[in-house]
Design a protein around this ligand. Structure first.
Ligand code: NAD
Length: 778
């Protein structure tokens, strides 16, 4: 297959500029074009689009240097250049005319292998591709990114009437293996999958709210996490997207589907008429009042603003706490009360609509689920939720609320009406009803390693409340954490040590990783505080020793231990990554040694490991420079904003690997373990002779700390912590050139940690973090 190495993005607005940024962040060189302007700089619009990226938050690129891969131009002077790139993505105004005109011009310049893609939100490709030469139509495809393109992993891939298989395969490959996306094939019907169902959900919710007399706050309380959707609920999300934008999409849907009810409430049109578009115009369904905490809300009955009144539904309190999807939705549908009824009605309407449109928008039910989970950040897609409620339960709810559902949904296939079914350790997915046939069969679809399936289909090797060890085949074990926030307490630490022991007893390797929200948020500091406040420092000492034992077990295991973080890998979580001889990171990994934030220092081997690496990898004369960078990382608790940045910052060296896609990260981690084992894995030799810089480094750190204090960047307590960190990195107060070993550095870590945890100010920091969830700078 021909790889895609270069691209052109046309349209440098919200989507085009950020798509260009993400491509560049993933190593693809990009030409960004927009309309030409009169005057000296004919590419002014595209230049502005590119420059604007620096201000976008959160950052649209993995690291700042990626911006160098974006060059700019305009559609009058640079179409020939565009035609030489591998992939052209159109992201201009959402109107068929200008898009068609642009494609016609482009087709005169396109090289024989260039792919032409549109980022349209909803215009069918059969319309956009009309009149293009056949050879271009074969290379014409839809790649519908979601906003923000770096972070939302969904890309709907739409085949036009003549799109070739080669084009489809090349696009799927670049999206999956290079851009960390999930390519979901969608049929060429207006607005495709996610927007059709997502926007219908919003419109239907407003209608039910009116019908039941619900307030804006009540709707948002009912359509957030309680039903598995983001905290923004419905109206806050509409304010965020822009009420005008939503209005355009709804109008498009009305035209495309005249037989469906996309009529909207007068309140939406009222806001559009008054140019109250939501966040971007300062007011929408919500409006900031004069005071700091004063929020005004639109009254749906009167159309006037009034002070916000927080909504709470007692009958749904238990539902929100439930972590298991099955139990959650069953509880929701068993609950009674006004709020419960509204939530059941709102959710059932969307589930029924998804089932109704599924055969016309997708070739596979699971794609609908993936689209809603990855494009709209729903916790579970419609068909997973129907399975969770149970087909009978859902049927009863639809009957109760008089919601129409297609009959095939409840007709069992081989005795089973669920969409997903476990079959011999794999998930079988129910096929869609074809040409009017009653119900599909269940078909096995090979997917990557899925821990939910492993949990449901195999017996744990070792199981505890906070962590579980699994056999994932090919003589590889996998340890997953599942304590609250995956924080490290004695049970998880003990499990690391036990899992390494087990792996060394007849297995080929161990993977430490999971597929939850985060890898690990660090140590359980509540326990540390309790012991310190009670003066039980021997308990703290024992806990740190255990932490260090766990890290050292990972590093010196006889079989490879691949630590595989994703999202947050903080404090202790970061220390385990540092001790793995081949970490495999999700592209989105936010890792850092953040202990200073709670008045402590990394003592689970993290400070030691970074010091050791610096001394081992640099000649003594050059070590000070790198050591100063490490000092800054730890003393300022710096966290990477991507895996790429974790390398650039110096947390990782060349032994680390960035997974090509989060969805297959654990497969890749396992494959690394297998490959290392087959290649005859040997752990590193114990570090017995480390030549440290001692007083020479201490003097340099002291100057740095003095300057930070003078500039007002560090409090007295920050300076105290920084001195402790510096002491370990320097190898203590010894003359430069002194030889020490690894255990000596671990002792320094422990001693420093114990001194800090005994101070009042550090204990205040821990307490503050536990209560408020953010660091105290005292
Ligand atoms: P935008 O208005 O922010 O940007 C459009 C850009 O295209 C502007 O810079 C404009 O100057 C340029 N442009 C307009 N006509 C042009 C032409 N004929 N030739 C060259 N450049 C031209 O719009 P956007 O939100 O980035 O949307 C772009 C496309 O992406 C649309 O098709 C939209 O439906 C789709 N989309 C948008 C979102 C979103 O959330 N905004 C999400 C997915 C898809």
């Amino acid at each position: 297959m021909q790889p895609i190495r270069s691209a052109t993005v046309i349209g440098s607005g919200i989507m085009g500029s950020q798509i260009a940024a993400h491509l560049a962040g993933c190593g693809i060189s990009v030409l960004l074009l927009d309309v030409p302007t009169e005057g000296k700089d004919r590419s002014l619009v595209a230049n502005k689009g590119r420059d604007g990226l620096k201000k976008v938050k959160p950052s649209p690129v993995y690291s700042a240097d990626a911006m160098d891969l974006i060059s700019t131009g305009n559609t009058a002077d640079h179409l020939a250049e565009a035609g030489k790139t591998d992939w052209i993505i159109e992201a201009i105004i959402e109107q068929p005319g200008p898009k068609q005109e642009l494609f016609k011009k482009l087709s005169a310049h396109m090289g024989p292998n260039t792919i032409l893609a549109t980022n349209t939100s909803g215009i069918p490709l059969k319309i956009l591709g009309e009149g293009l030469p056949a050879s271009v139509q074969e290379r014409f495809i839809g790649t519908h990114f979601f906003n923000p393109p770096r972070y939302l992993r969904l890309v709907e891939v739409i085949r036009g009437p003549r799109t070739s298989q080669v084009t489809f395969d090349r696009i799927n490959h670049v999206l999956g293996a290079v851009l960390n996306k999930v390519a979901v094939p969608a049929l060429d019907s207006p607005t495709f999958i996610a927007n059709r169902i997502g926007v219908h959900a919003m419109v239907a919710t407003v209608k039910i709210a009116k019908d039941m007399g619900l307030t804006v706050e009540e709707v948002d309380a009912l359509t957030g996490p309680v039903i598995g959707r983001p905290k923004t609920g419905t109206f806050k999300l509409v304010d965020l997207v822009g009420i005008d934008t939503l209005g355009h999409i709804i109008n498009g849907l009305k035209q495309a589907f005249p037989n469906e009810d996309f009529s909207t409430d007068a309140s939406i049109q009222g806001l559009i008429d008054k140019k109250l578009f939501g966040r971007k115009s300062g007011a929408g369904f919500y409006k900031k009042g004069k005071g700091k905490d004063d929020m005004q809300v639109l009254d749906l009955k009167t159309g006037e603003y009034r002070p916000e009144a927080k909504a709470r539904f007692e009958e749904l309190k238990e539902v929100s706490k439930e972590e298991s999807i099955e139990k959650k939705y069953r509880k929701l549908f068993a609950a009674e009360g006004r709020g419960a009824e509204a939530a059941q009605r709102i959710l059932s309407t969307t589930l029924a609509y998804a089932a109704t449109v599924a055969p016309t928008v997708t070739e596979e039910l699971s794609y609908v689920d993936e689209a809603m989970e990855l494009g709209f950040a729903w916790e579970a897609g419609p068909f997973k939720i129907i399975d969770a409620i149970g087909p009978e339960g859902f049927q009863a709810a639809c009957a109760k609320y008089k919601i129409e559902v297609p009959a095939w949904l409840f007709q069992p296939a081989a005795g089973d009406a669920r969409t997903y079914k476990l079959e011999g350790g794999n998930i079988a997915i129910r096929d869609l009803p074809k040409s009017g046939a009653a119900a599909g069969r269940h078909i096995l679809k090979p997917r990557g390693l899925n821990l939910a399936t492993v949990r449901a289909s195999s017996k744990a090797v070792i199981a505890t409340t906070d962590a579980t060890l699994w056999d994932i085949g090919d003589k590889i074990l996998l340890l997953e954490f599942h304590s609250k926030m995956n924080s490290m307490g004695p049970i998880s630490l003990d499990m690391i040590i036990k899992s390494v022991d087990k792996a060394n007893d007849g297995w080929d390797g161990l993977v430490i990783g999971n597929q939850g929200q985060n890898f690990c948020a660090g140590a359980n500091i509540a326990m540390v505080l309790l012991d310190a406040a009670n003066g039980e420092f021997e308990n703290v000492d024992a806990a740190i020793r255990m932490f260090q034992r766990a890290s050292m077990a990972i590093k010196y295991s006889g079989v490879p231990v691949v630590v595989s973080p994703h999202n947050m890998a903080l404090g202790g979580g970061c220390e385990f990554v540092l001790h793995s001889n081949r970490p495999v990171l999700s592209p989105e990994t936010y890792m850092g040694l953040v202990e200073v934030g709670v008045g402590l220092l990394p003592a689970g081997g993290g400070t030691k490991e970074l010091a050791l690496r610096t001394y081992q990898n640099n000649k003594p004369a050059l070590a000070l420079n790198t050591l100063a960078k490490v000092f800054e990382l730890i003393a300022m608790g710096k966290v990477s904003t991507s895996a790429k940045e974790a390398f650039d910052m110096g947390y990782l060296d060349k032994r680390g690997v960035i997974a090509s896609n989060e969805s297959t990260r654990l497969d890749q981690a396992k494959a690394e373990a297998v490959a290392m084992s087959r290649a005859g894995y040997r752990p590193p030799a114990p570090a017995l002779k480390i030549e440290v810089l001692g007083t020479e480094a201490l003097a340099a750190f002291d100057t740095g700390i003095f300057m930070l204090r003078e500039a007002g960047f560090a409090s007295e307590h920050d300076a105290l912590i920084a001195r402790e960190v510096g002491y370990i990195l320097a190898g203590g107060k010894v003359t430069a050139g002194t030889m020490v070993d690894e255990n000596y550095l671990l002792d320094l870590e422990r001693e420093g940690f114990l001194r800090l945890v005994g101070t009042k100010k550090s204990q205040e920091r821990i307490e503050f973090m536990l209560k408020k969830g953010k660091p105290l700078r005292n």
